[in-house]
Write a protein of this length. Structure first.
Length: 194
């Protein structure tokens, strides 16, 4: 999936909470692909999303985050997240959206700083009882690359079209909240005149 691709309508079932329509008829969807449940680097990024979640929602964006872990494992790590979390252990969505895995996920020098910081802050959160360690064995692997897609809903002037996409080059290569908000500000909006 690249900008201009059309996402076929579907309903995704989060590990908790109500079903999610993608595309959403009234909002932009920020569809994020992360690695595995408890991934320290993913958690570091998701904490930045959580801190600014109200601002993101006020812009008309609905966050939907996909992990390649089973639902029962994800529930242990995501029960406090204020957005939909989708389990995709068979990586069907990953394949459909062209989300890859590669050694460069962890071997890129650009990822080392965020990985180090994620390990330090993650260890502190585990010691304080706020996070859990990931399972030692990850059936979907540990070398996943992140990806982000901004999808325009049909009720806001679109047809499920991907208006922006980012396929990460390493484990911490994804949109920041500021980049997401900037992309959303440039998104087409419905014409208010009938």
């Amino acid at each position: 999936m690249e900008p201009g691709s059309v996402v076929s309508a579907r309903t995704l079932t989060p590990v908790t909470g109500p079903a999610v329509a993608v595309p959403d008829s009234g909002r932009l969807i920020h569809l994020q692909f992360r690695r595995f449940a408890g991934c320290p680097v993913c958690n570091l990024h998701l904490r930045s999303i959580v801190r600014r979640h109200q601002e993101i929602e006020a812009t008309g964006i609905r966050e939907v985050v996909v992990f390649h872990s089973p639902a029962e494992e994800l529930r242990k790590h995501t029960d406090d997240l204020p957005f939909a979390v989708i389990a995709d252990p068979r990586k069907r969505l990953y394949r459909e959206f062209g989300v890859e895995q590669a050694r460069r996920a962890l071997l890129s020098p650009r990822a080392w700083g965020p990985i180090g910081w994620a390990l330090v802050t993650g260890a502190w959160a585990v010691l304080r009882g706020r996070e859990r360690l990931p399972e030692p064995s990850q059936p979907g692997g540990r070398l996943g690359l992140p990806a982000d897609f901004l999808i325009l809903g049909d009720g806001i002037g679109g047809d499920g079209r991907v208006i922006a996409a980012k396929h990460g080059e390493h484990a911490y290569d994804q949109w920041s909240v500021d980049e997401l908000l900037e992309l959303a500000a440039r998104a087409p909006r419905p014409d208010p005149t009938p």
